[in-house]
Design a protein around this ligand. Structure first.
Ligand code: SF4
Length: 393
């Protein structure tokens, strides 16, 4: 099997030093007709500059409204292997931790019922299985679920929450990202599997402002670890960095986005009241600087990639929240946000867009949060200040 098609255009994408998706599809094409026909169709698309995928019909598994995205070739006679080529989203483990054994098991099942092609991972976070047929869906799902795997979210639903590796591997994790991710995933199971929202809702959890899951750019609800007290400074280690040739003024002090640092050639100081906990200095001087000890998370809302309106970054709604299992305070807040959005949004309107339309005031009232100075749209530029009737009397 495999090698049915000449692919001069795709072959170009194998040149150069980088891994190539073409090489991987060619490997799979040796085993499955699906992957081989996929190769043929993609080559054709590159030649004609047209896409040949079409959506149509609702496909899924019994009891679930999401998790499978129906996909069909519009050229089924030419490429019969991909007449059906549905995408299946498997809910990834928190922090993307797999054992080799579990990966083998996932792939053995996938080789049996699908194209063998995967996307590890989709931008929401799921383990994406690319290409299976309608008749294989139930049996595929039955095999995965009998081994403890579940489908992720798709459509107008809670999307599969995701998180950074957090305390499992990273000394900067201010919160237990993996536990939070797992808890909210379990808590919103119904909303994940049965789309009932105006549009998608994504939750991402990062252990600190380095934000290795890009929560601030991609999640409707971003939970980002931070601390409340002062950055801990070891001046002896600061000296070692200077002795080793680091230009502390240029690389650290001048790069501080809030200009809250100073260095006189001997002592490094931080004006912690002005610090925005951005992690720049701590990430650069790992031995000299440490986060404070009072840890929790900032809760931000509203980011999305561009579809209806342009892209949005999240902005702070709760500057500091303590987060201890089972994270009821976080779930309560998320419930209030979702309820307001669900009641007010047009179809395909994300929560950030709705806040842009309706304003911050009704949103904060709905989630029962008082306006605070940290709720700025862009740092130091745009405080939300609410006039009420009584201010004019
Ligand atoms: Fe570590 Fe922060 Fe990255 Fe999480 S986001 S892995 S805590 S650096």
């Amino acid at each position: 099997m495999g090698g049915k098609y000449k692919t001069p255009m795709l072959d170009e994408l194998e040149k150069g030093p980088w891994p190539s998706f073409v090489t991987e599809i060619k490997k799979a094409a040796k085993r499955t007709e699906m992957a081989d026909d996929e190769l043929g169709q993609v080559e054709k698309s590159y030649v004609t500059k047209r896409g040949y995928w079409k959506h149509g019909g609702i496909v899924g598994v019994l009891g679930y409204g999401g998790g499978v995205i129906g996909r069909y070739s519009s050229l089924p006679n030419e490429f019969p292997g991909i007449a059906h080529f549905h995408t299946v989203r498997l809910n990834q483990p928190s922090g993307f931790f797999y054992t080799a054994e579990s990966l083998r098991m996932i792939m053995d099942i996938w080789d049996k019922y699908g194209s063998g092609l995967t996307n590890m991972h989709g931008s929401t976070g799921d383990l994406v299985l690319l290409g299976t047929t309608t008749e294989n869906l139930e049996v595929l799902f039955a095999e995965y679920s009998s081994r403890g795997w579940d489908l992720g979210g798709s459509g107008s639903a809670m999307r599969t929450p995701s998180c950074c590796v957090g305390q499992a591997r990273c000394e900067w994790a201010c919160i237990d990202t993996m536990n939070i991710c797992n808890e909210v995933t379990q808590y919103y199971q119904d909303q994940l599997h049965r789309p009932s929202f105006p549009y998608k809702f994504k939750i991402k959890v990062a252990g600190c402002a380095c934000d290795c899951v890009a929560a601030i750019a991609r999640a409707d609800l971003s939970i980002i670890g931070t601390w409340k007290d002062n950055i801990r400074i070891d001046q002896a280690e600061v000296k070692k960095y200077a002795d080793a040739g680091m230009n502390i003024q240029a690389e650290i002090v001048d790069m501080c986005p809030t200009s809250c640092m100073s260095y006189d050639g001997k002592t490094l100081k931080v004006n912690d009241a002005q610090c925005s906990r951005c992690m720049h200095c701590i990430a650069k001087m790992t031995k000299a600087l440490k986060q404070g000890k009072v840890k929790g998370a900032s809760i931000l809302v509203g980011s999305k990639a561009p579809i209806v309106v342009g892209s949005l970054l999240s902005w702070v709604v709760v500057p500091f929240m303590e987060l201890e299992a089972p994270f009821d305070n976080l779930k309560d807040l998320a419930d209030k946000m979702i309820e307001w959005w669900d009641d007010n949004a047009k179809p395909r309107e994300r929560i950030g867009e709705l806040i842009e339309v309706k304003g911050m005031r009704p949103f904060l009232e709905a989630i029962e949060m008082p306006p605070v100075p940290q709720q700025v749209k862009a740092p130091r530029k745009d405080p939300f200040f609410f006039w009420s009737e009584s201010d004019f009397n």
